[in-house]
Design a protein around this ligand. Sequence first.
Ligand code: ZN
Length: 240
Amino acid sequence: MTDPRRRALVLFSGGQDSATCLAWALERFDYVETVGFDYGQRHLVEMACRQRVLELIPAIKPEWRRRLGPDHVSDLTALHAASPSALTRNTEISAPAGGLPTTFVPGRNLVFLTFAAIMASQHALGRLVGGMCETDYSGYPDCRDDTIKAMQLALNLGMNQRFVIETPLMWLDKAASWHLAATLGGPALLELIRVETHTCYHGDRSHLHDWGYGCGRCPACTLRMSGWNTYSAALATAAP
Ligand code: ZN
């Protein structure tokens, strides 16, 4: 079996960020598995999108087809029961000044990383890859670089492992994430991410914009749209 350091588990939700991370991992490692979490999120449409991306992404490069291993879906609906977040209940999505957005699910990434690490230890996968990002994040404290580094330490101590948690998007803004996707997989990956990944908090798959499907008004859509616009504007300026 290949060195565990060449084998990765990608936390893959079906959104733009984790799809970019999946391409990043397929480009970099010899073998890649994916895991998704069903935690009662109200944009369950993400779970359908992730299947489409997993079906289509191997066609982009022959080595990606060779490297992509099985997908896993883990049932974490207990999070839904425990958390009053707007992501898991039908309450208003807002970001009060000085407070955490109502979409915050306390400790969500800590739980995800713990489950991912348990799975990775079973399958000898030495790298955990996640789309956490501190640059234009929504204020979630469990997306911060310090949190991820602390989790890596805790998981390695508590499980006697040598995991490395990779967060390729940590210091990128959304425009830079689009650029990274273009670098990794060219126009085919860009189009796959644009059309098949999902970001909208309201689960809107009926309106296709330049930047993908969504309501165009929720905080997730607004962030994705402004990143796409910045990326496209930079491309137009660079064109001869
Ligand atoms: Zn939206």
